[in-house]
Design a protein around this ligand. Structure first.
Ligand code: ADP
Length: 746
């Protein structure tokens, strides 16, 4: 048996296949007699006594004296090996190699390990450092796309397959591991047959013997897909970051601890801070203490509130004044291995320009409002100041005319009266227009009878038409709805204006007011058709703008302010209607408007006090509170002529005293609004609240020259019963006295 060893050695020493010679002792025990380098590299020292099954296999070979093949799993090795045992001169020669039909230089796995490794798509490498044998499983060849034959199975040949730029990285990782046992895990690219490069990851563990690394085994994993995804993710992140950086909005994110996690370019711009100075830090590390405390506290409270918060604030960062619009919203952020956290997403927009503009606008508006108020005040004062003397002029002229005076004088007085009325008409137009201009038209919607309204307008304008010797008629189609809901006063105003113009500009033929229901709409259409001078085409477009007259000579010849049509247009539009004109110079004009009135069922039911036909009352005892002497004189004369008894008071206080005088009993009070000592409003309030029961219920009628404000609401508000606008129209006065003095006779 002693002679066998050299023989075997000679035959099998240099074989790459592991060869071992086992012999039997005389007492039946087995011992390892010799093994070649390949065997040592696989199992180091093999203690056969620890492997009874293995011994049985050997026994069988000896007993049967025939070779046998068996698989055996060696301890501490991944692979199962296939063994071939041959009887050899009373000994057993065993050759073994990894169990797989692959070439001897491929590492193979078996059993459970193999399954695990395969399912993970892992390749395995085994580097015998001392022998410099670098063995790979077939999966590795698959990954890198070369065949086993193309590789020399040594470390350098493996390194040659590595992408040149990554060789250093790989060597560093392996050498570091071998030197310090630092975990080996490294990602690098390999040059592949088919592709230019392939991302792989190596993880491994070395074995040491006498402080020297002897073996390094581990896995090789294809990570190209992950790398590809990572790359895509990075590109996408970069793109999003680029987009966010391009926005003119500052955007930043703080985590639950208040650390900045994201900071875009505009945030850098708005804060004058670089993202490298900010990211990973809290406000306390970035800003001075008072500022950081304010910022951190605010953000914390919003984070806790879990609600979006939008507000404007001055910038704390810029040297010059800057206004920012802030938006802050808490966001839920998923954390690996932890519950979600609430972070804070903030954005801010520089609104300094808008702020400056707002300020300018505010100032401009204040100036405009002041100007508008000044204008309104001026008009109100003017109207009062002009109406008071006018009241006196027109009233006295009227009184004179009602007396029998000589005809020549009557003509002069008539002229005075007409001029006064014209002036009053002008003032009313201007006031009306200003009221409309300020958007103060409030419609008083009441049921009314269409035909009655048209007839009233015809009646009121018929004197002028007669004077001009032209006809004036209405033509109401049967299909026109009769009982309507609307502001009849405003409708009358528009009609009067158009009919007035038509009469004014017509000297032959006449004027027709046509009313019908057009087929194409629900609105009522009014047409004022005249056979007058007409209007040149080029003048038509500007007619409805204020102070417009077709010819500059018109005002000289026909008078007028050029406001009537502008007022009519505004009124029609306030009633949701349209207005227009068709005309030819020299051939007459048709002014039309359409208003979508609602209809009411049956006859119009509301009868206002002025609609009632009342017998004119006489013999009322009237207290007149008026501070202006001419007006006192005028109103006293008018009331006297109407058969009433008048007591005068120079102001509110005198009126108060008079009304409480036990010796006198008044049926009605006419109260001026503006008076020294105590004005009409105060006096009325006193009467209503402080006087005895009989006195406190006396009807009080306001007398005012101020037609501009919402006088009616004001006077009713303090307890007055009605309101007469100066200069007092005698018919209106009669009607008011009839209405409010009636209690005496009822
Ligand atoms: P005015 O007070 O001057 O009449 P309007 O606004 O009512 O103001 O009318 C403006 C101008 O339109 C008039 O000056 C006149 O030139 C022209 N106009 C109005 N109605 C007629 C009409 N029926 N025929 C001819 N011209 C008219």
């Amino acid at each position: 048996m002693k002679d066998i060893k050299p023989k075997v050695e000679q035959l099998y020493e240099s074989l790459p296949v592991a060869c071992v010679l086992f012999g039997r002792d005389d007492d039946g025990g087995w011992s390892l007699l010799w093994q070649n380098a390949s065997a040592i590299s696989v199992w180091q020292d093999f203690e056969i006594d620890d492997h009874p099954m293995f011994k049985l296999e050997l026994m069988e070979v000896i007993t049967k004296n025939s070779s046998s093949s068996f698989d055996y799993q060696l301890p501490n090795l991944l692979n199962s090996y296939q063994f071939i045992a041959i009887p050899f001169d009373g000994c057993v020669l065993v050759q073994f190699f990894p169990k797989q039909e692959s070439t001897s230089n491929d590492l193979s796995c078996s059993g459970l390990y193999q399954k695990v490794v395969e399912s993970a798509s892992l390749g395995v490498f085994d580097w015998d450092i001392e022998e410099d044998q670098f063995i790979l499983t077939p999966r590795v060849y698959e990954i890198i796309g070369v065949s086993s034959a193309q590789l020399e199975h040594c470390y350098q040949s493996f390194l040659d397959m590595v992408y040149p730029e990554d060789v250093g990285l790989l060597k560093e990782a392996i050498e570091g591991h071998l030197a310090t046992d630092w975990p080996l895990s490294v990602e690098f690219r390999m040059i592949t047959g088919e592709h230019y490069s392939q991302w792989v990851q190596i993880q491994g563990q070395a074995e040491w013997s006498n402080d020297l690394p002897v073996r390094l085994t581990g896995s090789i994993r294809d990570i190209s897909e992950r790398k590809h995804t990572e790359l895509e993710l990075k590109q996408r992140e970069a793109l999003i970051e680029q987009m966010i950086d391009a926005l003119p909005i500052s955007i930043y994110v703080k985590d639950a601890q208040g650390c900045y996690r994201f900071f875009n370019a505009e945030a850098e711009n708005q804060t004058n801070k670089l993202r490298t100075e900010v990211i990973g830090r809290t406000d306390y590390e970035v800003y001075p203490m008072p500022v950081s405390m304010k910022k951190a506290e605010l953000d914390k409270s919003i984070q806790l509130s879990e609600k979006l918060s939008i507000f404007e604030a001055e910038s704390e960062d810029k040297d010059q004044e800057a206004w920012l619009l802030f938006g802050k919203i808490p966001i839920q952020v998923m954390q690996s291995n932890r519950p979600y956290e609430i972070w804070l997403l903030s954005f801010s927009l520089d609104i300094s320009d808008r702020k400056a503009m707002e300020e300018e606008l505010k100032e401009a508006r204040a100036i405009a409002e002041d100007a508008a108020k000044a204008k309104a005040d001026f008009l109100s004062v003017m109207s009062h100041e002009i109406r008071t003397p006018l009241n006196s002029v027109i009233g006295n002229a009227g009184l004179l005319l009602s007396d029998s005076i000589d005809p020549e004088m009557a003509e002069h007085v008539e002229m005075i009266k007409r001029s006064g009325e014209h002036l009053l008409y002008l003032i009313n137009d201007i006031l009306d227009f200003n009221k409309l201009e300020a958007g103060k038209v409030e419609l008083d919607l009441q049921p009314f009878d269409l035909k009655k309204q048209v007839d009233t307008v015809i009646d009121m304008s018929s004197t002028n038409a007669k004077l001009r010797n032209i006809y004036l008629k209405s033509d109401i189609y049967p299909d026109a709805k009769q009982n309507l809901l609307g502001d009849e006063g405003r409708l009358r105003q528009v009609l009067l204006n158009l009919v007035g113009n038509a009469v004014k500009f017509t000297s032959e033929g006449g004027v027709t007011v046509k009313v019908y229901q057009p087929r194409y709409s629900d609105a009522v259409r009014f047409e004022v058709i005249d056979t007058g001078i007409g209007i040149a085409a080029e003048n038509i477009p500007k007619l409805f703008s204020e102070f417009a007259q077709a010819e500059s000579s018109t005002s000289k010849k026909y008078g007028g302010t050029g406001l009537g049509l502008a007022i009519s247009k505004k009124l029609v539009e306030a009633m949701n209607g349209k207005i227009g004109i068709e005309s030819k110079e020299g051939e007459g004009s048709t002014f039309w408007f359409e208003i979508p009135f609602q209809t009411v069922e049956g006859e119009s039911t509301v009868s206002k006090p002025q609609d009632k036909v009342l017998e004119d009352l006489t013999g009322l005892s009237i207290l007149v509170a008026e501070d202006n002497l001419p007006n006192q004189f005028l109103i006293k004369s008018i009331l006297g002529k109407l058969g009433h008894e008048v007591t005068l008071a120079n102001d509110g206080l005198e009126a108060w005293n008079a009304i409480n005088d036990q010796d006198k009993q008044f049926d009605l009070v006419l109260m001026d609004m503006q008076m020294p000592n105590m004005d009409g409003l105060e006096a009325t309030q006193k009467i209503r609240n402080e006087a005895s029961e009989t006195v406190s219920s006396i009807p009080v009628i306001a007398l005012t020259a101020n037609a501009y404000d919402d006088v009616y609401d004001t006077v009713i508000g303090v307890g007055m019963n009605d309101c007469l606008i100066k200069p007092v129209n005698i018919d209106q006065l009669k009607q008011t006295l009839n209405t409010w003095g009636a209690s005496k006779h009822s």
